[in-house]
Design a binder for this molecule. Structure first.
Ligand SMILES: [Mn+2]
Length: 330
């Protein structure tokens, strides 16, 4: 069993009530980790709920999750951020969070956790779900079938189905244990990754049409404008799966996917391959994340300006990066 500091988990177990706070646009790691922690805390007599800033994307509706959308969490003793590297990432819940004293954080983003009274942050961990699993196992807390399903989804999604370079033998052992505890890997991965709507496919077509390569094919940038969303009656949920599309092209080391959320406001998702960290690029524009998956928001720029700006930053970042074959010697 992995040795892990369980003091944050013990703090939560000793609390009368806990509100778990997710980041905006929660992904499966954030949501699955939060739901798993909620189940474990409830099973141990702690009143606990999961709070989200906005209604969940249909992509995340594998179960009836029972999360609370932008609710009042003033009645909870402890506020615990899950998979949140920066307090600004909890959206509108941020003000109440900063006014609270009993705060906690469990996370794996670079430089995360410093804002909470108690925190456990391991930037080397490929998923917050793996951290939660290790904590529950180390503390001897029973993991129910449902909790195992939540954690499996968290780990499988943040590791890119166990492909990304943070994935370790320990990650595989955690996943195996979760399968033994009842997680049906095939069914869960099919529900998470094996389906897309026609609208999502049409947005993928737009993204491919907008794709441009730079730096001799080492940098790829694609985008979706507000007009393109409107043309298909689509929203940001329909393009969530496209963040890694530019990076996935053979030869590309660093990729960016830009989406226009409102006039002059552009969300930038950055993805890269081994040896090329895009986290500093995101940080330069007030964002953050991981070495190979990061993001930021640009304001007061047109899409053309944003694409040029990000492409030139990625060209610098890609200078030391290697393409897939070079990274893995194949
Ligand atoms: Mn995560």
């Amino acid at each position: 069993m992995a040795r892990i500091d369980t003091s944050v988990l013990r703090h939560l177990l000793a609390s009368e009530s806990v509100a778990l706070l997710t980041h905006v646009n929660p992904d499966w790691d954030c949501l699955g980790s939060s739901l798993a922690l909620r189940e474990a805390l409830r099973e141990n007599g702690v009143r606990c709920d999961v709070f989200v800033d906005e209604p969940l994307s249909p992509r995340l509706s594998v179960w009836d999750t029972g999360v609370i959308v932008y609710g009042d969490f003033s009645g909870y003793a402890c506020l615990c951020c899950v998979d949140v590297g920066d307090p600004s990432r909890v959206g509108r819940m941020g003000d109440a969070l900063s006014a609270h004293t009993d705060t906690a954080c469990i996370d794996h983003h670079l430089g995360g956790g410093g804002f909470a009274a108690v925190s456990y942050v391991d930037a080397a961990s490929p998923a917050t779900g793996e951290i939660i699993f290790d904590m529950l196992e180390s503390a001897g807390i029973d993991i129910s079938k449902r909790t195992a399903e939540y954690l499996y989804c968290a780990i499988a999604s943040d590791t890119g189905s166990f492909r990304y370079c943070g994935t370790t033998a320990h990650t595989m052992r955690a996943a195996a244990r979760l399968m033994e505890l009842g997680a049906d890997a095939t069914a869960l991965c099919d529900a998470l990754f094996g389906r897309k709507t026609l609208r999502e496919l049409k947005m993928e077509g737009e993204a491919i049409a907008n794709l441009k390569l730079y730096a001799d094919g080492k940098v790829g940038v694609s985008s979706i404008s507000a007009a393109e969303y409107e043309k298909h009656g689509a929203n940001k949920n329909d393009t969530e799966a496209l963040a890694s599309l530019p990076r996935d092209i053979d030869g590309v080391v660093a990729g960016a996917f830009l989406t226009e959320r409102s006039p002059g406001e552009i969300r930038v998702n950055l993805r890269s391959r081994a040896g090329c960290s895009v986290q500093p690029v995101a940080a330069r524009f007030g964002g953050g994340g991981h070495a190979y998956a990061a993001g930021c928001t640009l304001k007061g720029v047109t899409m053309d300006e944003a694409v040029r700006l990000i492409a030139s930053e990625l060209e610098k970042a890609a200078g030391t990066g290697r393409s897939y074959g070079e990274s893995y010697g194949i």
